[in-house]
Ligand binder design. Structure first.
Ligand SMILES: [Ca+2]
Length: 310
């Protein structure tokens, strides 16, 4: 009796799981709209007979009617309480846990379709270059620098920032000495010197283009006539135009005096004069200090930001 009652509860449980959630019911009380088959059996009769068969398989000996009378009066109610399916005889008040809802898991579903392949990520070399835009060496050279401890942060500019004013001290992507400083003052772009090698030019442009987005350098300041300050301004060849050919420059202020006669210096003068012909103003530092030829010693760059030629 005990064993087939267990099976009975299990069948009730299946019915419950199929859709009769959050309710109490008794399968031994046929509903008024029960369906009756051609032999006169209602669906409740059919369900009870199936349970009877299971009871027989589980050891009950007796007829269907005997089995039915043996369980009459033992109608069972089930419900959900506190994460459990619970049951009790109708006459009882205390609910008993039958099974936890957590333990009711279905079969594994069918395997889903494979997703499309994601985009390839960047290599370590590519990531390094992304964050060190002035580094222009090949991947092989980068690995060599990496294993020999030469990477340091030598491709990083040192950046000093204060509100709308930032100073960027650029390394120029090669081992040759050369100066280059970029100042961003509000919307004003100022470039001071441009390095000693042709290869410095794309490095400078790649970096300052992050900040100089209008293609206009409001000021270019050239501190010396030596090679390590001026080569980047000149045009080396048509595929690598210098700074003066790459940007519209509004004002050029260069060194006060020089006795240079080198070809590098002559190239600089040619490039500078071409920029002046294109509309740039040009003053020497000496003219600014003496405020000659409309030059100014002190100029206002933006609100509260001034520069002064000393
Ligand atoms: Ca600008």
């Amino acid at each position: 009796m005990k064993r087939y009652k267990k099976i009975f509860y299990f069948i009730v449980l299946i019915v419950f799981v199929l859709g009769l959630s959050s309710c109490s019911f008794s399968i031994l009380n046929p509903e008024e709209d029960d369906i009756v088959d051609k032999d006169g059996n209602s669906n409740s009769d059919i369900g009870s007979k199936e349970i009877y068969k299971l009871a027989v398989q589980s050891g009950f000996t007796g007829t269907y009617e005997e089995w039915l009378s043996s369980i009459k009066g033992d109608s069972v109610e089930i419900s959900i309480q506190n994460g459990y399916i619970v049951w009790k005889y109708s006459q009882e008040s205390k609910w008993k846990n039958l099974v936890s809802l957590e333990s009711l898991t279905g079969k594994d579903g069918e395997k889903g379709q494979s997703g499309t392949n994601g985009k390839d990520g960047l290599s370590a070399y590519e990531i390094y270059k992304k964050y060190h835009p002035s580094y222009t060496k090949t991947e092989e050279e980068w690995i060599n620098d990496l294993v020999n401890g030469r990477l340091k942060d030598d491709a990083d500019p040192e950046v000093v920032v204060s509100n709308e004013l930032s100073f960027h001290f650029l390394q120029l992507g090669n081992y040759n000495a050369g100066d280059c400083t970029f100042i961003k003052a509000g919307d004003v772009d100022i470039l001071i010197d441009a390095g000693s090698r042709e290869s410095s030019v794309p490095v400078i442009k790649n970096y300052i283009d992050q900040y100089c987005t209008d293609g206009i350098l409001e000021y270019v300041i050239v501190t010396h006539a030596d090679q390590d300050h001026i080569v980047g301004f000149t045009n080396q060849n048509s595929s690598n135009p210098g700074i003066f050919s790459s940007y519209q420059v509004e004002t050029i202020i260069d060194f006060a005096k020089t006795n240079k006669t080198t070809q590098v210096y002559k190239n600089y003068v040619a490039a500078r004069d071409a920029e002046v012909l294109a509309g740039a103003k040009h003053y020497t530092a000496d003219e600014c200090i003496k405020e000659q030829n409309c030059a100014q010693k002190k100029d206002e760059i933006s609100e509260d930001i001034f520069f002064e030629i000393l």
